[in-house]
Ligand binder design. Structure first.
Ligand SMILES: NC(=O)c1ccc[n+]([C@@H]2O[C@H](COP(=O)([O-])OP(=O)(O)OC[C@H]3O[C@@H](n4cnc5c(N)ncnc54)[C@H](O)[C@@H]3O)[C@@H](O)[C@H]2O)c1
Length: 374
């Protein structure tokens, strides 16, 4: 198939492109090479003509004509740019939409860029797909859409705690209490039908992407697989920036000879999933989306199924790197949630995907693997 991978110069997009190529698909990349994501310039494998501008280069940096077997066509272009998107869709069968501004960001000044890249960009892409009658979309979603996720209270059963207050966090009360009785809660695995409850601007923009895709599918008869990735790590992860994931922050600290600084008390539970497994989920979805329900979004969690705390992840990395032990700082970020771990059984059961990289093995390798811009 001819597959357009937006954001294909990014951490996950690059891995998806590699996997798609290995399966013999023709791949075209559309990526704006956003300076926030690529502070050190274009990735090594990009053609020398690649530009760092957030706007498309004129004429677009294209390595060769239409996609051809076994190779990749690189385009520097922005998904907010109607013409760049129209051109990039030429001859395409399936769109794998990875482009997005990621992470918690610096402050609310980032909000227009999150919404612009993630939501305006998705709207531009979807309207161009509708004009061309293109009906297959694989969307990079995120576990951030769930907010705090699922908890169980001994007395009240399944509950959804509200956002943690600044006062509680300041006093070191990191666990969200039961909203009904204030009792301690047990975190559970979150399934795809859990209510969406974004807790920061990035999360809100990822929810909006799914809603836009749903509206598009209904109106156009399109088919969408939304892959809600959990915490992705692995080689090529961007170095520490305000937009980087926690595994990269720890890995970057260790590379500087410093201890990883673990926020809160280190007990936050996450599902760390290897980028190769996420790339496999994407190639699986690219193949399956033709059979996905017409006119709807089918969402799938993409997690390893092996929840770990952030503290455990820091310790595993520090040990594998041979660096200083993690430092638990008690700091926090208001937009962070306490625990969020995936139930990825739908992806296993319906599409036959299986994660292949166990936590211990993946972290051991990641402790030494290169970071992007590092
Ligand atoms: N990394 C994770 O742990 C994680 C978790 C959940 C979901 N995701 C999602 O996965 C996708 C890929 O994330 P990543 O971690 O590879 O991030 P990344 O920053 O490494 O890659 C994103 C790429 O998108 C490009 N991009 C951003 N805005 C663009 C625009 N307007 N036009 C064209 N290109 C643009 C960037 O230049 C970058 O190359 C995103 O949709 C993100 O929301 C990532």
């Amino acid at each position: 198939m001819n597959v357009l991978v937006t954001g294909g110069a990014g951490f996950i997009g690059s891995a998806v492109v590699r996997r798609l190529r290995a399966q013999g698909h023709h791949v075209r990349i559309l990526d704006a090479l956003l300076p926030a994501a690529h502070p050190a310039g274009p990735p090594e494998h990009w053609p020398a003509s690649g530009s760092r501008s957030a706007r498309p280069a004129e004429p677009p940096a294209v390595r060769a004509g239409p996609p051809y077997a076994g190779d990749v066509e690189f385009r520097v272009g922005d998904v907010r740019d109607v013409q760049a998107v129209e051109d990039a869709l030429d001859g395409i069968d399936v769109v794998c939409h990875q482009a997005a501004m990621v992470g918690l960001g610096v402050d609310l000044d980032d909000a227009p860029d999150y919404v612009g890249c993630n939501d305006l960009g998705t709207a531009v892409l979807l309207s161009a797909m509708a004009r061309r009658g293109l009906k297959r979309l694989v969307l990079a979603g995120s576990m951030v859409v769930y907010g705090e996720g699922r908890y169980e209270c001994g007395l009240h059963g399944d509950v959804a705690p509200g956002p943690r207050t600044k006062a509680d966090l300041d006093s070191g009360m990191f666990e969200p209490p039961c909203p009904a009785c204030g009792a301690p809660l047990r975190p559970g695995l979150v399934g795809e039908d859990a209510p969406l409850d974004p807790r920061n601007v990035y999360a809100a923009s990822k929810v909006a992407q799914e809603h836009l895709a749903s509206a598009w599918a209904r109106a156009s008869g399109g088919r969408v697989i939304a892959l809600r990735y959990h915490n992705v790590y692995g080689p090529g992860m961007p170095k520490d920036t305000p937009y980087a994931g926690v595994a990269s922050l720890f890995r970057s600290a260790l590379a500087r000879g410093e201890a990883p600084r673990v926020f809160e008390d280190g007990g936050q539970r996450r599902d760390f999933v290897h980028v190769d497994d996420v790339a496999d989920a994407n190639t699986t979805a690219v193949a399956a989306v033709a059979e996905a329900p017409e006119g709807a979004v089918r969402a799938y969690n993409v997690g390893s199924g092996e929840p770990h705390t952030v503290g455990e992840m820091a310790s595993a990395l520090a040990a594998a790197h041979g660096g200083p032990a993690p430092l638990v700082t008690g700091e926090y970020r208001l937009g962070d949630v306490r625990h969020i771990t995936a139930d990825s059984s739908r992806l296993r059961d319906e599409l036959g995907w299986r994660p292949g990289v166990p936590f211990a093995e993946g972290m051991r390798a990641f402790a030494r693997e290169p970071l992007r811009g590092g």
